[in-house]
Design a protein around this ligand. Sequence first.
Ligand SMILES: NC(=O)c1ccc[n+]([C@@H]2O[C@H](COP(=O)([O-])OP(=O)(O)OC[C@H]3O[C@@H](n4cnc5c(N)ncnc54)[C@H](O)[C@@H]3O)[C@@H](O)[C@H]2O)c1
Length: 312
Amino acid sequence: MARIAVVGTGGWGKNHVRVLNELQCLAAVCDVDMERAGAFSKKYRVPAYPSLEEMLKRERLDGITICTPATTHFQVATKALAAGLHTFVEKPLSTTLKDGETLIDAAKKADKILTVGFIERFNPPITALRQMISEKKLGDLILLEFHRENRRGAGISDVGIVHDASVHDIDTACWLFGGVPKVVYSRVGSMRDPPEHEDFATILLGFSGQRTAFLVTNWITPHRVRTLSAVFSGGVVDVDFVTQQTSIHEGDATTIPTRPVQEPLTLELKEFVSAIDEGRQPLVTGKDGLNVLRVAEAVLASSASGAPIYLG
Ligand SMILES: NC(=O)c1ccc[n+]([C@@H]2O[C@H](COP(=O)([O-])OP(=O)(O)OC[C@H]3O[C@@H](n4cnc5c(N)ncnc54)[C@H](O)[C@@H]3O)[C@@H](O)[C@H]2O)c1
């Protein structure tokens, strides 16, 4: 079994710690806030470290998951890959395209896995939808409409909503359509005063053959909405990311398949561990992370210029 450490044991990293412990892969935890790391060290009986350097000196690890703020991903992942560790970076891969490219080169040079936390690919209704698309169960897929909305929590994010939240749906759209968009048009903005980062984004992604993804993301809507509607030539599939319910509409009939609810993070981390154990590439590659960054940058550029951005 791979020995994996978690760097960053805050709001989200604590879930990585719990799941990796369940998978019997948790080897150590690391957080600049030793009070946090120490609490998990006690709970899960693994060593805790205040810095990555110290942990790398003392621990024999196979891999690492990086759950630190987005603006630190590049620096932490660079050190992890240089130390020869398989590296799982939470989304986004990095905050700039150039840094993302550097990480991909570093992973190639180290011959190690570089993967990104696009968790929705592991959400069971999305896995099932992808299967329906490839089997052409409802004909051709024409439109994907995503809504990812809810009032932002008290914590201050170091990036805007495009790099924090829209990236999930950008990746899912690329995965379901099986490619990257040819054109990006968007309107983004902020309701905050002063506007620290953008907190709403409405995005149109044009894929080949007039296929389109429409993404509504905001930190404004008072209640939590995380839905996807997929329009096919022969019907519509509605997905709720939170309840994991799928509704399939064909003509006047609606069917709601039953399947067990599974924690996407467990499936996602299992895939990371299996890819390490089996010496293969994971479902989500560094290149996928880079493609999403390219689209995210185009989203911001389109909104700033008021014009569509054509990707080569
Ligand atoms: N996939 C998802 O659904 C999902 C959900 C939430 C957050 N995230 C991602 O998880 C990451 C963390 O988000 P969060 O909400 O847990 O943030 P957070 O601020 O709650 O936690 C970050 C932790 O990292 C620690 N830290 C910061 N710099 C460090 C460093 N250089 N070395 C070691 N520790 C360091 C902080 O002390 C803190 O405990 C972000 O990349 C975010 O995008 C993913």
